[in-house]
Design a binder for this molecule. Sequence first.
Ligand SMILES: [Fe+2]
Length: 353
Amino acid sequence: MAEIQLLGMTHYPPFAGRDEFMSGIHHRMLADPDVPAEAKDPANWPADQQAEWGSDGGKASAPVHRAALIAGFDRVRAALERFDPEVVIVFGDDQYENFTEDLIPAYSVLAYPDRTVHPYRTRIGRAVPSYWADEPEDHAVTIKGRPDVARHIAGALLDRGFDIAYAYRPLHDEQLAHAFLNTVLFLDHRRGGFPWPMVPMPINCYGSKVIAAQGGWKPFGETLELDPPSPAPWRLMDLGGATARVLADSPWRVSIIASSSWSHAFLVDHQWRLRPDTPADRTLYEAMVAGDYDTWAKTTTDAVVHAGQQEVLNWFALLGAARELGAALSWSEFVETWIFNSNKVFAEWEPAR
Ligand SMILES: [Fe+2]
């Protein structure tokens, strides 16, 4: 039996850009001609949103948000260094990056060997100008793989009735979907290196919008032909639980990370995409802190979509792992924001087996 460490973090792409562009998604939402003028008027926004927006469109608030994220990344990084796993498993979304029209697996495991990728050649999160100002556009990062562990996960999950897809090489994304790439780049934001091999486990979080909106958004004026949904939240909790059990029964010392922000403003149509659904996030967060897994397991796909919490599905898998292992949450932080697209949560559980 091996010890398993559970961690949660964000892969928020604007972190990789400079502060003056951090509120860029909010500016793009404000530019949609079909968002009513009253909704766009800051005078009609919640007071906290007005304060964060300020008189400069969020420029002065960006360093504050960045500092909160750096504190979270440093804490998660320190936990990894302390535990020093043999392999890091990451639950992350694929936003029309590696998986597109020809194949959308509900969930999968990437049994990649060591690969050298180019962060500035990605479709999403190609932050130019970059926060890491001295990195050239052909900057390369080698991400170690553990195809043997990935094959074991696939085989053991199939044995348990989880019909998981697997891959030995990329389909469409010669780099790595940004949920996984940014996990490495952000946990290594001080650029000292990321020594641990990673096994990505992509989850189709975007469901009805994975192809229709290319894992993002389309202008309000465009009518979308919606795709089939994501896997159900409860099923992903079961998947995460089974993954954790399979690994706890393995010889390997493993960290499992859920990588994603919570409610995304650009997915919250009922608020004209101008702020995340913070009440919905707070409900899940309080349940997580209380160890109330039922609240998570009862959450429906419709509720997830309504709240723009598609990416939180990665965390449903993580919470399923915590439930299975009976792991105790040792630390968490809710980073609330109104104008930087998404609330972010960081979390660490005591290692469990
Ligand atoms: Fe994402």
